[in-house]
Design a protein around this ligand. Sequence first.
Ligand code: EPU
Length: 418
Amino acid sequence: MEKLVITGGVPLKGNVDISGAKNSVLAILAGTLLVNGECRIENIPDISDVSVILSMIECFGAKIGRPDKHTIVVDAKDITYAVPDYELVRRIRGSYYLIGALLSRFRKAEIAMPGGCNFGSRPIDQHIKGFTALGAAVDDSRGVIKATAENLTGVSVYLDKVSVGATINIMLAACKAEGVTVIENAAREPHIVDMANFLNAMGANIKGAGTNRVKIKGVTDMKGGTYQIIPDQIEAGTFMIAAAATGGDVLIRNVIPKHMESLTAKLIEAGAKVTELDDAIRVEGTGKLKATNVQTMPYPGFPTDLQPQMVALLTVAEGLSVMVEGVWDNRFQYTDELIRMGAKINAAGKMATIQSVPTLYGAPVKATDLRGGAAVVIAGLMAEGTTEVSNITLIDRGYEKFEEKLRALGAKIERVEE
Ligand code: EPU
C-alpha cells in the first residue's frame, strides 16, 4: 500500500496542465460500444478508473489500441453480447453507462449494481424511468440490473431529479431508438455536452445538450471517428483551490474558464485573485482568506465534486463559513480527517459549519473517497508539519499524477510504500 507524505507550508507556484475529464471518459468509452467502426479518443486522462472501464469493454470482444498513454482507439464493430464481471462493475459508478450502451446495441443488458464513492443512497430510478419509457423491461430486484427491449422507441422523459448519469444513460439508449427522444429537466454539466459532442461526432443526432432539454433523433448507424475529450473541470478546480489555499500563484492551463465560473466567484469572495485567460486561469493568494458560504448544486451551480476541497480551504478562512451540500445526502465523511488536523468543523446531514483556525497541523489521515482525498492533500499542503495520507488508491481513481503535478508547483509531497 502506498501513501502520500506532505510537508506543508509551501505556497504553490508555477504552471500546471489539466488532463482530460474523468467523468466524460467513462461515459465516452461506454459509448464506443454503440459504434460500428473505429473510435479514436484523444486527451484520455491516465487514471485508474479508465483501466476498469476498458477491462469491461474488452469483455465484449472490442479491439482496443493505445497508441499513446492519452489516446485510445476502440473498434467495437464485431462485439458480442456478454455480462461483465460483477467485481469489475462494482468498482466504479460509471459502469452503469454500460446499461444504456448495451440496450442500444443488443437490446439487452445485465449489470451488477454499480459501486463508486459512498455518499449515502445512490438510486438509479431515473435511469430506469428513462429505459422503461423507451420500451425496455427493467428488473433491479436482485442486486443486478437486467434490461431487455424488443424495440426502443423515442419518447419524452421528464427527470424528477437532475441527474448527470440518467441524462447520459438515456442519451445512450436513445441514440439508435426509433424516432425522437426528449429528455426534460436534463443535467447540464460540461461532460453532458462532451458526451453529446462525442456521440454526434460518431454519427448520432443530439441537440440541446447543455440546456435542460436534450433532443435525440434516433439514427440507424454510427460509423466512428476521432474525438478529443474536454479538460477536467474538477481537476482544474482542485488546483485552483490548492493555489488559493496555499497563498500561491499558479497558472492552470488547458481549462475552459466558463466551466469554472461558480468556483472563480467563490474564490474571489474568499479573497483570492483569479484571472481568466483564453484557455487558462491564474489564481493568486492575496494574504488572508475570508469566510464564505457555499451551496453545491447541479451545473452551473458550485460543483459537489469541489465541495471537500473548498471546505479544506475554508478551515483557515477567517470567520464562520457554511457549506450546504445540495446534491448528495452524505458527503461530509472526510471532515473527520480535517478535524484530526485541527480544523473546527461541525457537519450534520447536508450542512457543515466551519469556524476558522489560525493554522492546520500535519497528522496521519486517510482518503475517505476521491474528492475527500484531494481535500486532505490540500489540507496537508496548508498545514504546519508533516501529513501522511493513506488509502490513496481512491485519489488515483480520478487524478492523473496528482503528486507529480503538485511537486512541479513546489509542493513537498512524496509517494512512499506504507
Ligand atoms: N439521483 C436519483 N436518482 C437517479 C440518479 C440520481 O435520485 O436515478 C440523485 C442522486 O442520489 C443525487 C443526485 O440525483 O442526489 C445527482 O446524482 P447524479 O446522477 O447526477 O450523479 P452521478 O451521475 O451518479 C456523477 C459523477 C459524480 C458527481 C455527480 C454530480 C460520474 C461517474 N460521477 O454521478 O462524480 O458527484 O455526477 O455531479 O460521472 C466524482 O467525480 O467524485 C463523483 C462522485
